[in-house]
Design a protein around this ligand. Structure first.
Ligand SMILES: Cc1cc2nc3c(=O)[nH]c(=O)nc-3n(C[C@H](O)[C@H](O)[C@H](O)COP(=O)(O)OP(=O)(O)OC[C@H]3O[C@@H](n4cnc5c(N)ncnc54)[C@H](O)[C@@H]3O)c2cc1C
Length: 404
């Protein structure tokens, strides 16, 4: 038995749809994930939330390896790829295969929610922040949720208020669950202004900005979330994103891409659980034959192989649709999230079952061996909830079928 599973996607999945540039990115990120992330992943995935344990060194290495350049234009120091969304999603799958928390904090939030919103910021802000984001020098954060407003983001529910003042805006309010907030340098904040919503970029060292202690969560421990308080925080005019009344549009554009990202992360986690258990089944004998010889498990794994194929194809197709700027991306992105985030829970539950005690344990006291299924089981649940709960994804798809 091994804790470094052989990747079965290499033998049963064909990346036939991917352009050459994306196949190279998959290989580059996979090598990084295996060589740099894997040695520290177990600790990151199992250590409870702690600001002092944030992986700054890993962040620096991701920047140096060029991973943070993947979604962005050459003009700002990015990789200038033809299919940047596709490459970003493939990167998410590869990182989530090893650590869902790192994928969520350092790619989904840092590059998609923060980085994509930055694309819509004013030119001077982009010129200042893109190089720092790409090198791994700064951490970004994206705040829409509040204690009593999250799924329902509307002028009626939002209670973080921006007021126009000379040369800028003042923000007062309280956000909740904000990923990266305990260590973020900059944060996009969705505010209510008059009868509309505005997106403002806050320098988190500003007077009046305060972040609470990190929440203790079920999983994704290295994805630090916390409450954020704004008490008369001044934001200059240059930090308004788009028009004053277009904040919700800016938020939803990034969240739509984020949904594809959650689907891709789900595929990474499902594949990791699938591989670990399949390799285990080949070696573990029960009643005189390998577990892999029992048709019960063979049929289950044949089903999961097919569902993995579907989920991967869906996120790849959704990402291509975004890159090719096709209309009606919403429902395809919603499908990628719905299917991709549901699958890992099913696979890992059965993976733990077939591995028995070796599925349930995270570290075996007798010899110190480390096992991955326990953290995947905890980490994957949030995919069904955040960036639009899966009920919301069903609403988006239903609207495409039946209209509003
Ligand atoms: C680990 C983590 C990281 C997060 N990171 C961020 C972040 O970086 N930035 C940010 O702004 N927010 C973030 N969030 C917030 C996250 O997006 C919200 O938790 C999520 O949107 C759900 O909102 P809620 O928790 O307030 O639940 P609610 O909005 O109260 O929804 C509760 C439940 O209602 C159900 N529901 C919703 N709509 C419908 C419907 N139409 N029909 C039937 N049932 C429905 C769903 O099952 C949903 O889970 C994060 C949350 C967590 C836990």
């Amino acid at each position: 038995m091994t804790t470094l599973p052989t990747r079965l996607a290499n033998t049963i999945y064909d990346d036939i749809w991917l352009p050459e540039e994306t196949i190279k990115i998959r290989q580059q990120v996979r090598t990084f994930a295996d060589e740099v992330l894997r040695p520290i992943a177990h600790e990151l995935n199992t250590t409870p939330e702690d600001v002092s344990k944030f992986p700054w060194e890993l962040t620096k290495k991701m920047g140096e390896a060029g991973l943070f350049a993947i979604p962005f234009e050459k003009k700002y120091g990015g990789a200038g790829l033809k299919y940047p969304t596709l490459a970003t999603m493939v990167m998410l799958e590869e990182i989530a295969y090893v650590s869902s928390g790192v994928a969520a904090a350092l790619i989904d939030v840092q590059l998609i929610l923060f980085g994509n919103t930055l694309k819509h910021a004013q030119e001077s802000v982009k010129e200042d922040l893109f190089p720092k984001l790409i090198s791994g020098e700064i951490i970004g954060s994206f705040a829409t949720s509040e204690p009593s407003a999250s799924t329902d983001l509307s002028v009626r529910t939002l209670q973080t208020i921006a007021t126009k003042v000379e040369n800028g805006y003042k923000i007062n309010g309280h956000k909740r669950w904000i990923t990266n907030s305990p260590i973020a340098h900059h944060m996009f904040v969705l505010c209510k202004m008059n009868d509309a919503m505005s997106m403002l970029l806050v320098d988190m060292s500003s007077k009046g900005a305060r972040v609470g202690e990190p929440d203790k969560k079920m999983g994704n421990h290295c994805q630090l979330t916390a409450d954020v308080y704004f008490d008369d925080v001044f934001v200059p005019d240059s930090n308004l994103v788009g028009a004053e009344d277009k904040g919700l549009k800016a938020a939803l554009t990034s969240l739509t891409l984020g949904r594809v990202g959650i689907g891709a992360c789900g595929v990474g986690m499902a594949q990791a659980a699938f591989d670990f258990a399949a390799n285990y089944m080949k070696e573990r004998e029960i009643f005189g034959k390998a577990l892999s010889q029992f048709q019960y498990w063979q049929f289950k794994w044949a089903g999961y192989a097919s569902e993995l194929e579907n989920a991967r194809n869906l996120y790849i197709k959704a990402a291509l649709i975004v890159d090719k700027k096709r209309p009606n991306i919403q429902s395809m992105c919603a499908m990628a999230k719905l299917i991709g985030s549901t699958l890992p829970g099913d696979v890992v539950r059965d993976a733990i079952q077939v591995c028995g005690g070796y599925g349930f344990v995270k570290e075996l006291a007798a010899d110190g061996r480390q096992f991955p299924l326990e953290s995947i089981y905890r980490d994957c649940k949030i995919g069904e909830i955040y960036e639009g709960a899966n009920e919301v994804q069903r609403m988006v798809i239903a609207r495409q079928i039946f209209g509003r």
